[in-house]
Design a protein around this ligand. Structure first.
Ligand code: NDP
Length: 296
């Protein structure tokens, strides 16, 4: 991917929309060439159990982006009453189906399903989210698997696109989930950042965050990170997607974990919400599907 012109940097925004579009264009070019050559196409299967409204939006968006770039995809929606045995049987079928290269189980799952048992059932070779213990173990041991967890891997792509120096810098990650915080910390560490991981028990969080050259907020608390958390000139990555209701209009809007209004004047670069990390996560999912296809 080529970098944006310097004028684009002047406004401080790290546009996940622009970077993801560049990545998707690249992937589309590769898929078009495969089609022309008559090669079999990579296929992504997404399984959604239940009717969680946010998950419905995410899975439809994934299927739409796949279609736009010419990737084969299938969205399987199952009722929320689906039993664990039924879901495990379906996963086994997809694991054994040679036309399927990437398999994603949309989270969160309904409460009666054991999330780790389900995720562990996905073949590590088709684990497009990189959540299988084998792939997380490979990430930990430095033996990079073909598909890294999409959100942190997308953030690394964005940092690289904007030429943000990482080596020797102090990165602070707020959040220690397996989906975002932990893999994010490992990826920054693998690029030689000095990494601090913060969480709900961290004492004096603003003071810990104010040490960061690169601050990643993956908390799930609307606009929690205010200007006092941020060192002047820091690069701020806002992973949060929070739906908040305007009490006056009753309308909901999306906000991040970062208070954009107070933080953006202090940051050297910052991701917006929406249009920041979110689009990168989906584009990375597509890149991961192609990577798994090639690895198979
Ligand atoms: P989790 O709820 O799994 O983890 C949240 C983390 O934040 C936990 O480690 C928790 O600490 C920590 N935390 C919670 N409250 C505080 C606090 N007051 N101070 C410090 N730390 C706190 O969330 P996820 O990692 O799954 O997601 C985080 C956010 O990112 C959410 O808004 C989610 O919607 C969004 N998201 C966005 C994606 C995208 O593509 N843009 C993809 C995935 C997630 P502890 O461990 O101690 O409980």
């Amino acid at each position: 991917m080529s970098s944006l012109p310097p004028e684009a940097l002047a406004n401080k925004l790290m546009s996940g929309k622009d970077v993801s579009q560049a990545l998707l264009d690249e992937l589309k070019g590769e898929l078009d060439a495969m089609k022309t050559s008559g090669a079999k196409l990579p296929k992504l299967v997404v399984i959604l159990v239940g009717e969680d409204p946010a998950s419905q939006v995410y899975t439809k968006r994934k299927a739409k982006v796949a279609q736009e770039i010419g990737m084969a995809s299938e969205l399987i929606t199952l009722p929320k009453t689906t039993t664990e045995a039924e879901l495990l049987t379906l996963i086994e079928q997809k694991n054994d189906d040679p036309s399927v290269h990437a398999l994603l189980i949309q989270l969160p799952l309904p409460k009666h399903l054991n999330e780790s048992r389900i995720l562990n059932a996905v073949s590590p070779t088709k684990d497009v989210d990189g959540f299988h213990p084998v792939n997380l173990g490979r990430l930990l041991s430095g033996d990079t698997p073909p598909a890294l967890p999409c959100t942190p891997a997308g953030i690394m792509k964005m940092l690289s696109f904007y030429k943000v120096p990482i080596s020797g810098k102090h990165a602070v990650v707020i959040g220690r989930s397996t989906i975002v915080g932990k893999p994010m910390s490992l990826l920054l560490l693998s690029e030689n950042a000095t990494v601090t991981i913060c969480h709900s028990r961290t004492k004096d969080l603003p003071q810990a965050c104010a040490q960061a050259d690169i601050l990643v907020a993956a908390v799930g608390r609307p606009e929690m990170v205010t200007a006092d958390y941020v060192k002047p000139g820091a690069v701020v990555i806002d992973v949060g997607i929070n739906r908040v209701k305007n009490p006056e209009t009753g309308k909901t809007k999306l906000v991040g974990d970062v208070d954009f209004a107070s933080v953006s004047p202090k940051a050297s670069l910052i991701t917006p919400v929406p249009g920041g990390v979110g689009p990168m996560t989906i584009a990375t999912l597509m890149a991961n599907t192609l990577a798994l296809y090639k690895a198979q």
